[in-house]
Design a protein around this ligand. Structure first.
Ligand SMILES: Nc1nc2c(ncn2[C@@H]2O[C@H](COP(=O)(O)OP(=O)(O)OP(=O)(O)O)[C@@H](O)[C@H]2O)c(=O)[nH]1
Ligand SMILES: [Mg+2]
Length: 622
């Protein structure tokens, strides 16, 4: 469990953390010199009845609010610090707003420095604090007066924190692993070490992790929680992770460590965004903002559907990020203005992997079922990646299959398509075939590979569509060719006349037939028409394609085979000259014929010429 501090500069956050934990989290020389917190500080805190919590101490200075956001993200409860001698100040309010935006609902308020004020003043400040908590996510939180100097109230504060901690449900470890990096450094002899709060899942030593945004892989060499070596870290742990195979500059604050292949980086997301009620601006339809999620901060353009976005209002938006980041549906983020630096609002990611020109969704209550259906509709023939669903929908991996079972759609391997996309594709396949048949009435069907390529869908999907149509009996697919079930090649009168003429011409030409082009010219037909008929006749068996553009009458080929069978001895090698004499073919016809015999498996090519390997059988009658 992680506890984060919050509150205005100098109100005593770091001093209180030291009083509670014994750890001085201000470790930078500059922090010592200036007496303020600049970077995040970390310490373990043991609470009776709860166990050990990780404490993240944040800076209160208005110039370091972005650091506070990085620290406050992923905490379970907050210790909001208000100095009794000065009361609610600007960063008290800003931090409170950020905590609300991040969905932090549990916490305790410490009224520090109560040794500096009298009881009457303390009561006034407490009243002011209570009013400020008002409608924030911390409304109703316990307010405990303390003094880090005298130690007064510290026990009560511990008890109040333990009471709140006891109400916080444990995070599920049974989820995909993610850790936003908040610190990275090099340890001599160990290499690169990153620290952060484990947001979800577990990670074990020797595991392979992916690092974003660089999308590199690394091996986990060792794991620590608060200085102790452990075998596994789990959701809610403050972890230090030693990595093999990573340079320090790949893992600065903002990097994210993940494990499942469900994760992908993204530049475009959909989100529900709100402006704080007291935001001093209105955002137009395409505004530049700073986008803070996890420990990451990137520039972004906010594209809202029903512009403009007014203070206090929530709208659905597309967020186009300047750099790729890793986010999950349900993640909360904070939006800030670059200059003057101020917190504008924030929101919740509704689609982490949105298409480039994604239209913002309508604001409505969504659940994973309706979201999945919408995503599948939008994805069309490509479908939604099932692998990515835990990230895309923000659900547990174990909930993916049960969800898919309840949403109408079509599963193809690793994809999930809408029923309408499937129906569109089956219609397209049938109509592509229809036109193919119309154009090629003599062909038994379209080559499957060609048909797949005409479907405008991933190969896996196109193959599945054809399998569906085959299974339903709508199309028939045999030997690499598909046809609509109702189709049968037919010869009309013109075809029949040409066929007869071709048979006659090829028959009389014997073992030295004309090429198809020559045949077309002599018969006054088109080359395509002659080719289609030649293929038809070849399927019938009355001609043989010895070369792509030259067909022999079957009877001529049978005659040549008979001469080979009779004239060639087993095992003996024959030169082209000997074969020419045996077969009575000129060189122009001999070589293509021998190559045909090689393809058919009768002969093999040897150094000298050819050797018989299978005796051509008696003339077939096919
Ligand atoms: N008298 C008194 N002084 C305190 C108490 N707590 C903190 N201080 C003093 O207040 C000053 C600021 O305390 P810090 O703990 O550094 O304040 P902070 O909130 O961490 O400040 P930032 O991290 O810079 O925002 C220091 O000089 C502390 O000694 C307290 O309970 N009583
Ligand atoms: Mg401090």
């Amino acid at each position: 469990m992680i506890l984060g501090t919050a509150g205005h500069i100098d109100h005593g956050k770091t001093t209180l953390v030291r009083a509670l934990t014994g750890v001085d989290t201000d470790r930078l020389p500059e922090e010592k010199r200036r007496g303020i917190t600049i970077d995040l500080g970390f310490a373990p805190l043991v609470l009776e009845g709860v166990g050990q919590l990780g404490v993240v101490d944040v800076p209160g200075h208005e110039a370091f609010v972005r650091t506070m956001v990085a620290g406050a993200t992923g905490i379970d409860l907050v210790l909001l610090v208000v100095a009794a001698d000065s009361g609610v100040m600007p960063q008290t309010r800003e931090h409170l707003a950020i905590l609300s935006l991040l969905g932090v609902r549990s916490g305790v308020v410490a009224l520090t420095k109560c040794d500096l004020v009298d009881a009457e003043w303390l009561a006034l400040v407490e009243e002011d604090v209570r009013a400020t908590l008002g409608t924030s996510s911390l409304a109703g939180a316990a307010i405990v007066p303390v003094s880090s100097t005298t130690g007064e109230g510290l026990d009560a504060l511990r008890r109040a924190l333990a009471d709140v901690a006891a109400t916080i449900p444990e995070r599920s470890s049974d989820d995909i692993f993610r850790l936003p990096v908040d610190r990275a450094f090099t340890v001599r002899g160990t290499g690169t070490v990153v620290t952060g709060t484990v947001w979800s899942g577990t990670l074990a030593r020797d595991a392979t992790v992916r690092l974003f945004p660089s999308d590199t892989s690394a091996r986990v060499r060792g794991l620590h929680v608060h200085g102790h070596v452990v075998d596994t870290v789990r959701a809610g742990d403050r972890a230090a992770i030693a990595l093999v195979g990573v340079e320090l500059d790949q893992v600065r604050r903002g990097a994210v460590l993940v494990q499942s292949d469900a994760w992908a980086s993204t530049r475009v997301i959909r989100a529900d965004v709100s402006l704080l009620p007291d935001a001093a601006v209105t955002l137009g339809p395409r505004s530049r903002v700073r986008f803070h999620l996890g420990t990451n901060e990137v520039g972004a353009r906010l594209v809202v559907r029903d512009a403009p976005l007014e203070p206090g209002v929530t709208l659905s938006a597309r967020v186009v990020l300047d750099e790729p980041i890793v986010v999950r549906a349900g993640d909360r983020f904070v939006l800030r203005a670059a200059s003057p630096a101020s917190t504008l609002g924030g929101g919740i990611v509704t689609d982490p992997l949105a298409p480039l020109r994604a239209r913002p969704w309508r604001l409505e209550s969504r659940d994973p079922r309706t979201t999945l259906a919408a995503l599948a509709d939008e994805a069309g023939a490509a479908g939604v990646s099932v692998r990515e669903l835990p990230v895309r929908l923000g659900i547990m991996p174990r909930d993916v299959e049960p969800l898919l079972a309840t949403v109408e759609g079509w599963r193809v391997g690793s994809r999930f398509l809408s029923v309408s996309a499937r129906d569109r594709l089956t219609r397209a396949a049938r109509s592509v075939l229809e036109s193919y048949h119309a154009e090629h009435p003599l062909e038994p069907g379209a080559p499957l590979q060609w048909l797949r390529s005409r479907l405008d869908a991933p190969d896996e999907v196109a193959t599945a569509i054809l399998a569906l149509l085959t299974a339903s009996g709508d199309i028939v697919a045999t030997s690499g060719v598909a046809a609509n079930a109702a189709f049968a090649p037919t010869l009309d009168a013109a075809h029949s006349a040409l066929r007869d003429a071709m048979i006659a011409a090829l028959g009389s030409a014997g073992i030295e037939p004309p090429s198809l082009d020559e045949l077309a010219a002599s018969l006054g037909a088109t080359s395509d028409g002659v080719l289609e008929l030649a293929r038809w006749l070849a399927r019938e068996g009355s001609v043989v394609a010895v070369e792509p553009g030259r067909y022999f009458a079957r009877i001529a080929v049978d005659g040549l085979h008979a001469r080979m069978a009779a004239g060639m001895a087993d095992g003996k090698e024959y030169s082209p000259g000997e074969l020419r004499d045996l077969l009575g073919l000129t060189r122009k016809f001999l070589i293509p014929f021998l190559e045909y015999c090689d393809r058919e498996g009768y002969t093999v090519r040897v150094e000298l010429g050819r050797r018989l390997v299978a005796r051509p059988s008696k003339p077939s009658t096919a």
